[in-house]
Design a protein. Structure first.
Length: 143
């Protein structure tokens, strides 16, 4: 455990140091160089082994991943979706991690209620609205 923590701490420290070096006020690097450094940092931060930090107040905690989902998808991201639907619009669906007909119908209902593209697929726009609505102090919303 200590070795794993040490390696992770070293990686985070190298990212922080690289970022502070790139942002130093006396830096004379061109904008293109700064963009390349930032792209490298983004790539390191998006590495599959480094998970972004989830906010402490997220009402659902199955996963922090937000992949594109559709009927037939399954897993923790689908359970996260179902939890968000329950919180956002009081959907009352099972959080079983299986994207079936009931989840599809509820996603479409949510998309219509949110006045976004109604296609039954869960992409970036639907995730964004769902996360915002589910974590709102006014949730659940009625449509």
């Amino acid at each position: 455990m200590r070795r794993a923590f040490g390696a992770a701490a070293a990686l985070i420290l190298s990212i922080v140091l690289a970022g502070s070096a790139a942002a130093a006020p006396h830096d004379t690097a061109s904008p293109a160089t700064a963009q390349a450094v930032n792209a490298g940092l983004t790539q390191k931060l998006n590495h599959p082994g480094i998970l972004p930090v989830q906010g402490p107040d997220d009402v659902c905690d199955y996963t922090i991943r937000r992949p594109s989902l559709h009927r037939g998808s399954s897993g923790r991201a689908v359970a996260q979706l179902q939890c968000y639907l329950n919180q956002a619009i009081d959907a009352g669906i099972d959080e079983d991690g299986s994207f079936g007909g009931e989840t599809l119908s509820t996603v479409r209902d949510f998309q219509e209620c949110a006045d976004i593209t109604v296609d039954g697929r869960v992409g970036a726009q639907t995730w964004s609205f769902l996360s915002f609505w589910a974590n709102s102090s006014d949730a659940p919303f009625s449509c």
